[in-house]
Ligand binder design. Structure first.
Ligand code: SF4
Length: 311
């Protein structure tokens, strides 16, 4: 499998390895990304699912996964992945499992586990050079328990635990940079509404060995406060406004894969979601709005200096 396989939308697989009718919220952006990713990875995939929204996918005796799925606590998914990887490798060394029967081990986790509760366990797995894909669906909060603030909550967003006037006073943690600093095999950001970019990155990750991170922005109608029908539009706005840069890290180099030609103001994105409504009503909060826009502007100025003008 190579990224060259996916040049047009009609090249994308439509195997639907993830069944319909799950218990997740209607319009879940994380589920959209997972469905696309699973189809690219193929049926020889085993998911190690840290506690979070996606653990509601498999409720015994029902499962939407065509292949295997293992549930772990929030911080234990990398350990579960290590056990599976070691088990497969031992069986292969004994001739009891052929290369064709081997499975890709994929940790499936939300941003709370990826950037907070489970980060030290993940760091250990990277240090050991564990051969696995780590898939983080980033809905910028602890969605499964009512959208409390997570390390990935953006500046100014209201959550169940930051319901104060200005919203979350901190800034979203940069999980991409944390992983890249450890020089793993691959790191990429994706979003379900850009399936070609997503599929090329998943195919590339699948072809590599070692620790590989995929961070999928996961628009969340329940936690962010918008109509489920708008998930695709909100994902597109995140890219178009420069809030969610689509990029990859490989061989020590970061490349932006889909750059917004003329960036739209972040307000277009913020106004679509109830978690930011207090920045506009009853009075505009120009200070917070400027801080959000300025952070995005400074990010892209740095990108243009490093990679050249927008192509
Ligand atoms: S809370 Fe958000 S991330 Fe979790 S299942 Fe619902 S829409 Fe998806």
């Amino acid at each position: 499998m190579t990224k060259l396989q996916f040049e047009r939308m009609k090249d994308l697989p439509s195997t639907h390895l993830l069944g319909a009718g799950t218990t997740l919220c209607a319009g879940c952006g994380g589920l959209q990304a997972l469905k696309e990713i699973y189809d690219v990875l193929g049926p020889k995939t085993v998911f190690v699912n840290a506690a979070g929204c996606m653990t509601l996918l498999s409720v015994y005796p029902f499962t939407p996964f065509q292949g295997s799925w293992l549930y772990t606590s929030m911080a234990s998914a990398p350990a579960g992945a290590q056990g599976l990887r070691d088990g497969f490798d031992i069986l292969k060394s004994k001739g009891q499992l052929s290369a064709a029967e081997d499975l890709e081990v994929v940790v499936l986790t939300g941003d709370g586990a990826a950037s907070g509760i489970g980060l030290s366990a993940t760091s250990g797995a990277i240090d050991r050079g564990l051969d696995f894909i780590y898939l983080c669906y980033d809905n910028e909060g602890y969605g499964n328990t009512g959208q409390q603030t997570s390390p990935e909550t953006p500046h100014g967003a209201r959550t169940a635990t930051d319901a104060v006037a200005m919203g979350f006073p901190g800034n979203k943690k940069d999980l991409f940079a944390i992983w890249a600093a450890n020089r793993p095999a691959y790191v990429a950001t994706v979003v379900g509404c850009e399936p070609l970019d997503l599929s090329r990155k998943i195919a590339k990750a699948h072809d590599l060995k070692g620790p590989r991170l995929i961070i999928a922005l996961s628009p969340c109608p329940t936690g962010w406060g918008y109509d489920p029908k708008d998930t695709v539009e909100i994902g597109r706005l995140a890219v178009k406004c420069g809030i969610w840069p689509l990029k990859e890290y490989v061989d020590g180099k970061v490349t932006h894969t889909l750059r917004p030609g003329s960036r739209w103001p972040v307000e277009k994105y913020l106004k679509t979601q109830r978690r930011f409504a207090h920045l506009f009503e009853p009075r505009r909060d120009d200070k917070i709005l400027w801080e959000i826009q300025d952070r995005v502007d400074r990010y892209w100025t740095a990108v243009e200096e490093l990679e050249g003008g927008v192509g």
